[in-house]
Design a protein around this ligand. Structure first.
Ligand code: ADP
Length: 462
Protein backbone atom coordinates (compact mmCIF):
# COMPACT_ATOMS: atom_id res chain seq x y z
CA UNK A 1 0.00 0.00 0.00
CA UNK A 2 2.79 2.44 0.92
CA UNK A 3 4.77 1.67 -2.18
CA UNK A 4 5.93 5.10 -3.23
CA UNK A 5 8.28 7.48 -1.46
CA UNK A 6 5.60 10.21 -1.67
CA UNK A 7 3.13 8.03 0.21
CA UNK A 8 5.65 7.17 2.88
CA UNK A 9 6.77 10.78 3.24
CA UNK A 10 3.14 11.84 3.58
CA UNK A 11 2.52 9.27 6.28
CA UNK A 12 5.63 10.15 8.28
CA UNK A 13 5.05 13.86 7.88
CA UNK A 14 1.40 13.55 9.01
CA UNK A 15 2.39 11.39 11.98
CA UNK A 16 5.03 13.87 13.05
CA UNK A 17 2.59 16.70 12.52
CA UNK A 18 -0.06 14.97 14.66
CA UNK A 19 2.39 14.19 17.46
CA UNK A 20 3.72 17.77 17.53
CA UNK A 21 0.21 19.26 17.47
CA UNK A 22 -0.91 16.96 20.31
CA UNK A 23 2.16 17.81 22.37
CA UNK A 24 1.55 21.53 21.84
CA UNK A 25 -2.10 21.09 22.81
CA UNK A 26 -1.24 19.16 25.97
CA UNK A 27 1.31 21.75 27.00
CA UNK A 28 -1.13 24.65 26.59
CA UNK A 29 -3.93 22.65 28.24
CA UNK A 30 -1.92 21.82 31.34
CA UNK A 31 -0.72 25.42 31.63
CA UNK A 32 -4.23 26.77 31.18
CA UNK A 33 -5.78 24.39 33.73
CA UNK A 34 -3.08 25.19 36.29
CA UNK A 35 -3.51 28.92 35.67
CA UNK A 36 -7.29 28.72 36.14
CA UNK A 37 -6.89 26.73 39.38
CA UNK A 38 -4.38 29.24 40.66
CA UNK A 39 -6.74 32.10 39.92
CA UNK A 40 -9.63 30.41 41.75
CA UNK A 41 -7.45 29.64 44.76
CA UNK A 42 -6.20 33.21 44.96
CA UNK A 43 -9.80 34.44 44.92
CA UNK A 44 -10.73 31.94 47.67
CA UNK A 45 -7.79 33.00 49.83
CA UNK A 46 -8.58 36.70 49.44
CA UNK A 47 -12.17 35.99 50.43
CA UNK A 48 -10.98 33.95 53.46
CA UNK A 49 -8.79 36.83 54.64
CA UNK A 50 -11.71 39.24 54.24
CA UNK A 51 -14.07 36.99 56.25
CA UNK A 52 -11.45 36.45 58.99
CA UNK A 53 -11.16 40.22 59.33
CA UNK A 54 -14.93 40.63 59.57
CA UNK A 55 -15.09 37.85 62.18
CA UNK A 56 -12.40 39.55 64.22
CA UNK A 57 -14.05 42.96 64.10
CA UNK A 58 -17.76 42.18 63.97
CA UNK A 59 -17.99 38.63 65.30
CA UNK A 60 -20.12 35.75 64.03
CA UNK A 61 -23.11 37.96 63.65
CA UNK A 62 -21.28 40.37 61.31
CA UNK A 63 -19.98 37.39 59.35
CA UNK A 64 -23.49 35.97 58.98
CA UNK A 65 -24.64 39.20 57.32
CA UNK A 66 -21.60 39.31 55.06
CA UNK A 67 -22.09 35.63 54.08
CA UNK A 68 -25.66 36.38 53.06
CA UNK A 69 -24.71 39.48 51.10
CA UNK A 70 -21.88 37.76 49.29
CA UNK A 71 -23.98 34.66 48.52
CA UNK A 72 -26.78 36.79 47.18
CA UNK A 73 -24.36 38.73 45.05
CA UNK A 74 -22.54 35.74 43.57
CA UNK A 75 -25.49 33.30 43.43
CA UNK A 76 -26.53 30.90 46.14
CA UNK A 77 -25.86 27.85 43.99
CA UNK A 78 -22.45 29.08 43.07
CA UNK A 79 -20.92 29.89 46.45
CA UNK A 80 -21.30 28.64 49.98
CA UNK A 81 -19.72 29.96 53.21
CA UNK A 82 -19.84 28.75 56.78
CA UNK A 83 -18.08 29.13 60.10
CA UNK A 84 -18.00 26.23 62.55
CA UNK A 85 -17.04 26.85 66.16
CA UNK A 86 -14.24 24.93 67.93
CA UNK A 87 -16.96 22.85 69.58
CA UNK A 88 -18.34 21.78 66.18
CA UNK A 89 -21.41 23.99 66.40
CA UNK A 90 -22.38 26.01 63.32
CA UNK A 91 -21.80 29.75 63.99
CA UNK A 92 -22.72 31.24 60.65
CA UNK A 93 -23.52 29.98 57.12
CA UNK A 94 -24.89 31.19 53.81
CA UNK A 95 -27.92 29.51 52.21
CA UNK A 96 -27.31 25.75 52.58
CA UNK A 97 -30.12 24.44 50.39
CA UNK A 98 -28.05 23.89 47.26
CA UNK A 99 -25.10 22.57 49.24
CA UNK A 100 -26.65 19.83 51.44
CA UNK A 101 -24.47 17.07 50.03
CA UNK A 102 -21.34 19.09 50.61
CA UNK A 103 -22.34 19.94 54.14
CA UNK A 104 -23.00 16.26 54.85
CA UNK A 105 -19.53 15.32 53.69
CA UNK A 106 -17.91 18.15 55.58
CA UNK A 107 -19.02 16.71 58.95
CA UNK A 108 -16.45 13.90 58.91
CA UNK A 109 -13.78 16.16 57.63
CA UNK A 110 -10.99 17.15 60.02
CA UNK A 111 -9.37 20.49 59.19
CA UNK A 112 -5.80 21.35 59.77
CA UNK A 113 -4.42 24.87 59.42
CA UNK A 114 -5.61 25.60 55.95
CA UNK A 115 -6.33 23.49 52.88
CA UNK A 116 -7.77 23.91 49.42
CA UNK A 117 -9.14 20.94 47.51
CA UNK A 118 -11.38 19.99 44.61
CA UNK A 119 -14.49 17.99 45.46
CA UNK A 120 -17.02 16.16 43.42
CA UNK A 121 -20.38 16.37 45.07
CA UNK A 122 -23.21 14.00 44.24
CA UNK A 123 -26.00 15.83 42.45
CA UNK A 124 -23.70 18.43 40.91
CA UNK A 125 -22.43 18.21 37.41
CA UNK A 126 -19.23 20.13 37.91
CA UNK A 127 -16.74 19.90 40.73
CA UNK A 128 -16.30 22.55 43.46
CA UNK A 129 -13.21 24.05 44.95
CA UNK A 130 -13.28 24.11 48.76
CA UNK A 131 -11.11 26.20 51.11
CA UNK A 132 -11.04 25.32 54.81
CA UNK A 133 -9.14 27.53 57.26
CA UNK A 134 -8.76 27.26 61.02
CA UNK A 135 -8.99 30.70 62.58
CA UNK A 136 -7.11 31.85 65.73
CA UNK A 137 -9.93 30.96 68.13
CA UNK A 138 -10.10 27.38 66.78
CA UNK A 139 -13.21 27.88 64.70
CA UNK A 140 -13.16 26.74 61.07
CA UNK A 141 -14.05 28.95 58.13
CA UNK A 142 -15.09 27.13 54.96
CA UNK A 143 -15.66 28.63 51.52
CA UNK A 144 -16.87 26.58 48.54
CA UNK A 145 -17.22 27.79 44.97
CA UNK A 146 -18.16 26.07 41.78
CA UNK A 147 -15.44 25.88 39.14
CA UNK A 148 -17.95 25.38 36.38
CA UNK A 149 -16.60 28.25 34.27
CA UNK A 150 -13.09 26.86 34.40
CA UNK A 151 -14.29 23.45 33.34
CA UNK A 152 -16.47 24.91 30.62
CA UNK A 153 -13.51 26.87 29.34
CA UNK A 154 -11.29 23.79 29.31
CA UNK A 155 -13.97 21.79 27.58
CA UNK A 156 -14.38 24.50 24.94
CA UNK A 157 -10.67 24.41 24.44
CA UNK A 158 -10.68 20.63 24.02
CA UNK A 159 -13.51 20.77 21.51
CA UNK A 160 -11.98 23.61 19.51
CA UNK A 161 -8.67 21.81 19.43
CA UNK A 162 -10.09 18.50 18.27
CA UNK A 163 -11.90 20.19 15.38
CA UNK A 164 -8.84 22.24 14.50
CA UNK A 165 -6.65 19.17 14.87
CA UNK A 166 -8.50 17.20 12.20
CA UNK A 167 -8.63 20.16 9.83
CA UNK A 168 -4.93 20.83 10.37
CA UNK A 169 -4.06 17.15 9.97
CA UNK A 170 -6.02 16.93 6.71
CA UNK A 171 -4.42 20.11 5.35
CA UNK A 172 -0.97 19.05 6.57
CA UNK A 173 -1.34 15.58 5.06
CA UNK A 174 -2.56 16.97 1.75
CA UNK A 175 0.23 19.54 1.75
CA UNK A 176 2.81 16.87 2.51
CA UNK A 177 1.45 14.69 -0.28
CA UNK A 178 1.65 17.49 -2.87
CA UNK A 179 5.07 18.66 -1.72
CA UNK A 180 6.54 15.15 -1.80
CA UNK A 181 4.91 14.44 -5.16
CA UNK A 182 6.41 17.63 -6.50
CA UNK A 183 9.80 16.73 -5.06
CA UNK A 184 9.59 13.31 -6.69
CA UNK A 185 8.47 14.72 -10.04
CA UNK A 186 12.13 15.19 -11.04
CA UNK A 187 12.90 11.59 -10.13
CA UNK A 188 9.97 10.44 -12.25
CA UNK A 189 11.30 12.50 -15.15
CA UNK A 190 14.77 10.99 -14.84
CA UNK A 191 13.28 7.50 -14.51
CA UNK A 192 11.26 8.03 -17.67
CA UNK A 193 14.39 9.26 -19.47
CA UNK A 194 16.37 6.24 -18.20
CA UNK A 195 13.61 3.93 -19.43
CA UNK A 196 13.75 5.63 -22.79
CA UNK A 197 17.54 5.20 -22.89
CA UNK A 198 17.06 1.55 -21.99
CA UNK A 199 14.61 1.28 -24.90
CA UNK A 200 17.42 2.43 -27.20
CA UNK A 201 16.66 6.15 -27.64
CA UNK A 202 20.21 7.19 -26.87
CA UNK A 203 20.08 10.50 -28.68
CA UNK A 204 17.03 11.80 -26.83
CA UNK A 205 18.21 14.47 -24.38
CA UNK A 206 16.88 14.53 -20.81
CA UNK A 207 14.06 17.09 -20.50
CA UNK A 208 15.43 20.28 -18.94
CA UNK A 209 14.22 20.71 -15.36
CA UNK A 210 12.79 23.76 -13.70
CA UNK A 211 13.69 24.03 -10.02
CA UNK A 212 13.97 20.29 -9.52
CA UNK A 213 16.53 20.72 -6.74
CA UNK A 214 20.27 20.12 -6.69
CA UNK A 215 20.00 16.38 -5.94
CA UNK A 216 17.72 15.77 -8.90
CA UNK A 217 19.84 17.99 -11.15
CA UNK A 218 22.92 15.97 -10.11
CA UNK A 219 21.07 12.74 -10.87
CA UNK A 220 19.94 14.11 -14.24
CA UNK A 221 23.51 15.26 -14.97
CA UNK A 222 24.88 11.82 -14.05
CA UNK A 223 22.33 10.24 -16.38
CA UNK A 224 23.15 12.65 -19.17
CA UNK A 225 26.87 11.84 -18.76
CA UNK A 226 26.10 8.13 -18.82
CA UNK A 227 23.94 8.60 -21.88
CA UNK A 228 26.70 10.49 -23.71
CA UNK A 229 29.27 7.89 -22.66
CA UNK A 230 27.11 5.00 -23.88
CA UNK A 231 26.44 6.84 -27.14
CA UNK A 232 30.17 7.50 -27.57
CA UNK A 233 31.01 3.86 -26.78
CA UNK A 234 28.43 2.59 -29.24
CA UNK A 235 29.71 5.01 -31.89
CA UNK A 236 33.28 3.84 -31.23
CA UNK A 237 32.21 0.22 -31.33
CA UNK A 238 30.41 0.78 -34.61
CA UNK A 239 33.49 2.47 -36.11
CA UNK A 240 35.75 -0.32 -34.88
CA UNK A 241 33.44 -2.97 -36.29
CA UNK A 242 33.23 -1.06 -39.61
CA UNK A 243 37.00 -0.78 -39.74
CA UNK A 244 37.56 -4.40 -38.78
CA UNK A 245 35.09 -5.53 -41.43
CA UNK A 246 36.73 -3.27 -44.00
CA UNK A 247 40.26 -4.30 -43.09
CA UNK A 248 39.39 -7.99 -43.12
CA UNK A 249 37.50 -7.78 -46.40
CA UNK A 250 40.44 -6.35 -48.32
CA UNK A 251 42.92 -9.22 -47.73
CA UNK A 252 40.14 -11.79 -48.12
CA UNK A 253 39.15 -10.19 -51.43
CA UNK A 254 42.80 -10.25 -52.44
CA UNK A 255 43.11 -13.95 -51.54
CA UNK A 256 39.94 -14.71 -53.49
CA UNK A 257 41.19 -12.69 -56.45
CA UNK A 258 44.49 -14.56 -56.49
CA UNK A 259 42.71 -17.92 -56.37
CA UNK A 260 40.37 -16.89 -59.16
CA UNK A 261 43.19 -15.61 -61.38
CA UNK A 262 45.19 -18.79 -60.81
CA UNK A 263 42.20 -21.01 -61.59
CA UNK A 264 41.31 -19.21 -64.77
CA UNK A 265 44.95 -18.89 -65.90
CA UNK A 266 47.43 -21.43 -67.13
CA UNK A 267 47.05 -24.67 -65.31
CA UNK A 268 50.64 -25.18 -64.24
CA UNK A 269 52.09 -26.14 -60.89
CA UNK A 270 54.34 -23.08 -60.57
CA UNK A 271 51.34 -20.73 -60.74
CA UNK A 272 49.59 -22.72 -58.01
CA UNK A 273 52.74 -22.67 -55.92
CA UNK A 274 53.02 -18.85 -56.25
CA UNK A 275 49.39 -18.54 -55.28
CA UNK A 276 49.88 -20.74 -52.21
CA UNK A 277 52.85 -18.61 -51.09
CA UNK A 278 50.84 -15.40 -51.57
CA UNK A 279 47.86 -16.86 -49.72
CA UNK A 280 50.06 -17.86 -46.80
CA UNK A 281 51.54 -14.34 -46.65
CA UNK A 282 48.13 -12.70 -46.76
CA UNK A 283 46.79 -15.13 -44.16
CA UNK A 284 49.73 -14.41 -41.85
CA UNK A 285 49.04 -10.70 -42.12
CA UNK A 286 45.37 -11.33 -41.43
CA UNK A 287 46.13 -13.48 -38.39
CA UNK A 288 48.59 -10.87 -37.09
CA UNK A 289 45.97 -8.19 -37.48
CA UNK A 290 43.27 -10.22 -35.75
CA UNK A 291 45.73 -11.00 -32.94
CA UNK A 292 46.55 -7.33 -32.52
CA UNK A 293 42.85 -6.46 -32.37
CA UNK A 294 42.27 -9.13 -29.73
CA UNK A 295 45.31 -8.05 -27.76
CA UNK A 296 44.24 -4.41 -27.84
CA UNK A 297 40.79 -5.34 -26.60
CA UNK A 298 42.29 -7.41 -23.79
CA UNK A 299 44.74 -4.71 -22.71
CA UNK A 300 41.96 -2.09 -22.78
CA UNK A 301 39.63 -4.33 -20.77
CA UNK A 302 42.42 -5.07 -18.31
CA UNK A 303 41.84 -8.81 -18.64
CA UNK A 304 45.41 -9.47 -19.78
CA UNK A 305 47.61 -9.62 -16.68
CA UNK A 306 50.77 -7.61 -17.27
CA UNK A 307 53.92 -9.70 -16.75
CA UNK A 308 55.85 -8.35 -13.79
CA UNK A 309 59.41 -8.46 -15.07
CA UNK A 310 62.32 -6.14 -14.52
CA UNK A 311 63.01 -4.69 -17.95
CA UNK A 312 66.17 -2.87 -19.02
CA UNK A 313 64.72 -0.37 -21.47
CA UNK A 314 68.18 0.71 -22.66
CA UNK A 315 68.89 -2.83 -23.81
CA UNK A 316 65.47 -3.22 -25.47
CA UNK A 317 66.05 -0.03 -27.47
CA UNK A 318 69.63 -0.97 -28.41
CA UNK A 319 68.52 -4.37 -29.72
CA UNK A 320 65.61 -2.86 -31.65
CA UNK A 321 67.89 -0.26 -33.25
CA UNK A 322 70.31 -2.94 -34.34
CA UNK A 323 67.41 -4.96 -35.76
CA UNK A 324 66.11 -2.02 -37.78
CA UNK A 325 69.50 -0.86 -39.03
CA UNK A 326 69.47 -3.00 -42.21
CA UNK A 327 65.91 -1.95 -43.09
CA UNK A 328 66.90 1.69 -42.66
CA UNK A 329 69.97 1.25 -44.80
CA UNK A 330 67.89 -0.44 -47.50
CA UNK A 331 65.67 2.63 -47.65
CA UNK A 332 68.53 5.10 -47.53
CA UNK A 333 67.76 6.28 -44.05
CA UNK A 334 70.38 7.23 -41.52
CA UNK A 335 69.42 5.51 -38.25
CA UNK A 336 71.27 6.80 -35.17
CA UNK A 337 70.84 5.95 -31.54
CA UNK A 338 72.01 7.36 -28.26
CA UNK A 339 71.53 4.88 -25.49
CA UNK A 340 73.35 4.94 -22.13
CA UNK A 341 75.55 1.95 -21.46
CA UNK A 342 74.18 1.49 -17.93
CA UNK A 343 70.87 -0.34 -17.60
CA UNK A 344 67.70 1.72 -17.07
CA UNK A 345 65.07 -0.39 -15.37
CA UNK A 346 61.33 -0.30 -15.57
CA UNK A 347 58.82 -2.87 -14.39
CA UNK A 348 56.56 -4.73 -16.79
CA UNK A 349 56.52 -6.77 -19.97
CA UNK A 350 59.69 -7.12 -22.11
CA UNK A 351 57.78 -8.32 -25.14
CA UNK A 352 55.30 -5.43 -24.83
CA UNK A 353 58.15 -2.91 -24.62
CA UNK A 354 59.81 -4.50 -27.66
CA UNK A 355 56.57 -4.04 -29.58
CA UNK A 356 56.25 -0.38 -28.54
CA UNK A 357 59.80 0.40 -29.67
CA UNK A 358 59.43 -1.66 -32.85
CA UNK A 359 56.15 0.08 -33.79
CA UNK A 360 57.63 3.56 -33.27
CA UNK A 361 60.77 2.66 -35.18
CA UNK A 362 58.82 0.98 -37.95
CA UNK A 363 56.64 4.10 -38.38
CA UNK A 364 59.66 6.42 -38.30
CA UNK A 365 61.37 4.43 -41.04
CA UNK A 366 58.11 3.94 -42.98
CA UNK A 367 57.14 7.63 -43.00
CA UNK A 368 60.59 9.02 -43.74
CA UNK A 369 61.69 9.30 -47.37
CA UNK A 370 65.12 8.18 -48.53
CA UNK A 371 67.91 10.47 -47.41
CA UNK A 372 66.15 11.22 -44.17
CA UNK A 373 67.20 10.51 -40.66
CA UNK A 374 65.81 8.66 -37.67
CA UNK A 375 67.09 9.26 -34.13
CA UNK A 376 66.60 7.14 -31.06
CA UNK A 377 67.41 8.42 -27.61
CA UNK A 378 66.99 6.95 -24.16
CA UNK A 379 67.48 9.10 -21.06
CA UNK A 380 66.48 8.90 -17.43
CA UNK A 381 65.67 11.09 -14.46
CA UNK A 382 65.43 9.87 -10.87
CA UNK A 383 61.96 8.42 -11.35
CA UNK A 384 61.38 8.21 -15.10
CA UNK A 385 62.94 6.57 -18.14
CA UNK A 386 62.23 8.41 -21.39
CA UNK A 387 62.46 7.12 -24.93
CA UNK A 388 62.45 9.51 -27.84
CA UNK A 389 61.99 8.44 -31.47
CA UNK A 390 62.31 11.31 -33.91
CA UNK A 391 62.43 11.36 -37.68
CA UNK A 392 62.84 13.88 -40.48
CA UNK A 393 59.93 12.38 -42.39
CA UNK A 394 56.59 13.50 -43.76
CA UNK A 395 55.28 14.68 -40.37
CA UNK A 396 51.71 14.76 -39.15
CA UNK A 397 49.32 17.69 -39.46
CA UNK A 398 47.51 19.11 -36.45
CA UNK A 399 44.20 17.46 -37.21
CA UNK A 400 45.72 14.01 -37.71
CA UNK A 401 47.81 14.38 -34.54
CA UNK A 402 44.62 14.18 -32.47
CA UNK A 403 43.81 10.78 -34.00
CA UNK A 404 47.10 8.97 -34.53
CA UNK A 405 46.57 6.92 -31.35
CA UNK A 406 43.00 5.96 -32.33
CA UNK A 407 42.31 2.44 -33.43
CA UNK A 408 42.44 1.94 -37.21
CA UNK A 409 43.39 5.55 -37.81
CA UNK A 410 45.58 5.95 -40.84
CA UNK A 411 46.77 9.27 -42.12
CA UNK A 412 45.72 10.24 -45.65
CA UNK A 413 49.34 10.17 -46.81
CA UNK A 414 49.77 6.65 -45.42
CA UNK A 415 47.27 4.96 -47.71
CA UNK A 416 50.07 3.99 -50.07
CA UNK A 417 52.14 2.41 -47.28
CA UNK A 418 51.15 -0.94 -45.82
CA UNK A 419 49.72 -0.89 -42.30
CA UNK A 420 46.59 -1.42 -40.29
CA UNK A 421 46.32 1.76 -38.21
CA UNK A 422 46.70 -0.35 -35.07
CA UNK A 423 50.41 0.13 -34.31
CA UNK A 424 50.16 3.37 -32.32
CA UNK A 425 46.97 2.41 -30.51
CA UNK A 426 48.63 -0.82 -29.41
CA UNK A 427 51.72 1.14 -28.33
CA UNK A 428 49.60 3.51 -26.30
CA UNK A 429 47.60 0.69 -24.69
CA UNK A 430 50.84 -1.05 -23.63
CA UNK A 431 52.44 2.17 -22.32
CA UNK A 432 49.28 3.08 -20.38
CA UNK A 433 49.16 -0.42 -18.88
CA UNK A 434 52.74 0.27 -17.69
CA UNK A 435 51.55 3.51 -16.03
CA UNK A 436 53.46 5.56 -18.58
CA UNK A 437 52.64 8.27 -21.14
CA UNK A 438 53.12 8.46 -24.86
CA UNK A 439 53.00 11.79 -26.70
CA UNK A 440 53.72 13.12 -30.15
CA UNK A 441 54.92 16.43 -31.56
CA UNK A 442 55.23 16.94 -35.26
CA UNK A 443 55.37 19.39 -38.12
CA UNK A 444 54.25 18.43 -41.60
CA UNK A 445 57.20 17.84 -43.93
CA UNK A 446 59.67 18.44 -41.10
CA UNK A 447 59.35 15.24 -39.12
CA UNK A 448 57.77 13.77 -36.03
CA UNK A 449 58.90 13.09 -32.50
CA UNK A 450 57.35 10.44 -30.28
CA UNK A 451 58.09 10.46 -26.54
CA UNK A 452 57.46 7.57 -24.18
CA UNK A 453 57.92 8.13 -20.43
CA UNK A 454 57.77 5.20 -18.02
CA UNK A 455 58.19 4.98 -14.23
CA UNK A 456 61.77 4.04 -13.39
CA UNK A 457 62.57 1.47 -10.72
CA UNK A 458 65.79 1.10 -8.74
CA UNK A 459 68.02 -1.73 -9.99
CA UNK A 460 67.22 -4.95 -8.15
CA UNK A 461 69.90 -6.13 -5.74
CA UNK A 462 72.37 -8.61 -7.16
P1 ADP B 1 49.94 2.44 -39.53
O1 ADP B 1 51.35 2.86 -39.47
O2 ADP B 1 49.78 0.98 -39.65
O3 ADP B 1 49.14 3.19 -40.50
P2 ADP B 1 49.84 3.43 -36.80
O4 ADP B 1 48.84 3.27 -35.76
O5 ADP B 1 51.24 2.95 -36.51
O6 ADP B 1 49.28 2.76 -38.11
O7 ADP B 1 49.92 4.96 -37.19
C1 ADP B 1 48.72 5.66 -37.43
C2 ADP B 1 48.98 6.81 -38.39
O8 ADP B 1 49.80 7.79 -37.77
C3 ADP B 1 49.71 6.44 -39.64
O9 ADP B 1 48.81 5.99 -40.63
C4 ADP B 1 50.38 7.73 -40.02
O10 ADP B 1 49.50 8.55 -40.77
C5 ADP B 1 50.67 8.40 -38.73
N1 ADP B 1 52.06 8.22 -38.28
C6 ADP B 1 52.50 7.36 -37.33
N2 ADP B 1 53.83 7.50 -37.15
C7 ADP B 1 54.24 8.48 -37.99
C8 ADP B 1 55.50 9.12 -38.26
N3 ADP B 1 56.63 8.73 -37.63
N4 ADP B 1 55.53 10.09 -39.18
C9 ADP B 1 54.40 10.47 -39.83
N5 ADP B 1 53.19 9.93 -39.62
C10 ADP B 1 53.10 8.96 -38.70
Amino acid sequence: MLRTVSQRLTLWYSLLFAILALAAFLFVYVQLAAGLDRQTDERLQAKAREFARTYRTRGAQGLKIEFATEANGAGKRRVFFRLVGPDGGLRAASDERAWKNLVASLAQHPVRNMQIETRHIPGRESAVRLLSKRLNDGSVLQIATTIEENQDLLEDYRETFSTAFFILLACGGLGAYFISRRAMAGVRQVTAAAASIAAGHLDQPLPPGNHRGAEIEDLAAAFATMQRRIAALIAELTTVIDNVAHDLRMPITRIRGMAETTLSGENNLAAFRDMAVAVIEESDRLVAMVNTILELAQIDAGTLPLPDEVVDLAQVVREAAELFLPAGEDRGIDLQWQVPTEPLFIRGDVRGMQRVVANLLDNAVKYTPAGGRVDLQVSASADEVTLMVSDSGVGIDEDAMRHVFDRFYRGDASRSTPGSGLGLSLARAIVTAHHGRITVTSQPNMGSRFLVALPRITPPAG
